[in-house]
Design a protein around this ligand. Structure first.
Ligand code: C5P
Length: 223
């Protein structure tokens, strides 16, 4: 990554509002978007489709190195097929978090993620954007919220998509993914030392967006 390219990193567990904040900032700044979770989900999708065992490191790395994923606007294409809805399932999220524990898989996806940092700038959404992938980013934001509140938000989001969801099951899934993301040896989920930590449990997401936008403006990251 060229250090002259402005990068804003947004990290935190699922359901804290990272995606909403990232989209808002993309609109306001005109920067590119990296949804790194979508890359891990696309790899999970490909692994399931190819019948790759989730502990077969060599095959997972080979797939990661040649992952046929493309991002067109908000659509995720895999081998030119639109998989946007298919990768949003809890099942794929679970597979993604399982293979994301493997250091070789993370290493194989690194260059692909770094390549998103081009003019005029980048909003990078994920788990290790500020700690690993863009460790020299000018602004690092880390969002948190309780697992209970995140589960409620996820159920609401699924219902709005016409998918029925069980709050207890969703809470368990979220806690299991948190456990893996927080405790893995490589790039565990944690705020960078220089990140601004915002608890969104009882904060309106609009307030969070405005707060981060004012930081971006203060740092004069926008042209
Ligand atoms: O953000 P999203 O829920 O789409 O990510 C799915 C999974 O991918 C996460 O639970 C996490 O295990 C993994 N991931 C990661 N590092 C990232 C982004 C996602 O390990 N930068």
């Amino acid at each position: 990554m060229s250090s002259s390219i402005p990068v804003v990193t947004i990290d935190g567990p699922s359901g804290v509002g990272k995606g909403t904040l990232a989209q808002f900032l993309v609109q306001k700044t005109g920067f590119h978007l990296l949804d790194s979770g979508a890359i891990y989900r696309a790899l999970a999708f490909g692994a399931v489709q190819d019948g790759i065992a989730l502990d077969d490191i060599a095959k997972l790395v080979a797939l990661a190195n040649a992952l046929p994923v493309e991002f067109i606007g908000t659509d995720i294409l895999y081998n030119k097929e639109d998989i946007t809805a298919q990768v949003r399932t809890e099942e794929i999220a679970g597979v993604a978090s399982t293979i994301a524990v493997i250091p070789e898989v993370r290493a194989a996806l690194l260059a692909r993620q770094k390549a998103f940092a081009t003019e005029p700038g980048l909003i990078a959404d994920g788990r290790d954007m500020g700690t690993v992938v863009f460790s020299t980013a000018k602004i690092k934001v880390y969002l948190t919220a309780s697992a209970e509140i995140r589960a409620q938000r996820r159920v609401k989001q699924l219902k709005s998509q016409g998918v029925s969801a069980n709050i207890d099951q969703i809470t368990r899934d979220i806690e299991m993914r948190d456990e893996r993301d927080l405790n893995r040896k490589t790039a565990p989920l944690k705020p960078a030392d220089d990140a601004i930590v915002i608890d969104t449990s009882y904060l309106d997401i609009d307030a969070v967006c405005q707060k981060v936008l004012s930081l971006v403006k203060e740092q004069a990251l926008m042209a």
